[in-house]
Design a binder for this molecule. Structure first.
Ligand code: FES
Length: 105
């Protein structure tokens, strides 16, 4: 199963989805540019922000309360924004596409 990260400039990076990891861990393990994960997955830094393709939003779920607090501080926040460290990956997400916001380049 494959996830595609699309940078703000349109560059695509594919990575394999491994169940039991967060989407942030998958991005950092695959050196996807623009996902830093500075806080290590505590929903406290906001450097793992992704914008989920609206087609996928229902399947991957919406943000939780801690996540929402962090996202709310970000002016680039979109309706389907998530902190990727709070997204526990499922192999059923094959074909998922997420975009990276402009400030994460
Ligand atoms: Fe810090 Fe996700 S890694 S908020």
């Amino acid at each position: 199963a494959v996830v595609t990260f699309v940078s703000h400039g349109g560059e695509r990076h594919e990575a394999s989805l491994e169940a039991g990891r967060s989407l942030m861990q998958i991005a950092t393990n695959n050196a996807v540019p623009g996902i830093d994960g500075d806080c290590g997955g505590e929903a406290a830094c906001g450097t793992c922000h992704v914008i989920v393709d609206p087609k996928w939003s229902e399947q991957v779920g919406l943000s939780g309360a801690d996540e929402e607090e962090m996202l709310a501080m970000n002016p680039e926040r979109r309706p389907t924004s998530r902190l990727s460290c709070q997204m526990m990956v499922s192999t059923s997400w094959d074909g998922l596409t997420v975009e990276l916001p402009e400030f994460q380049m």
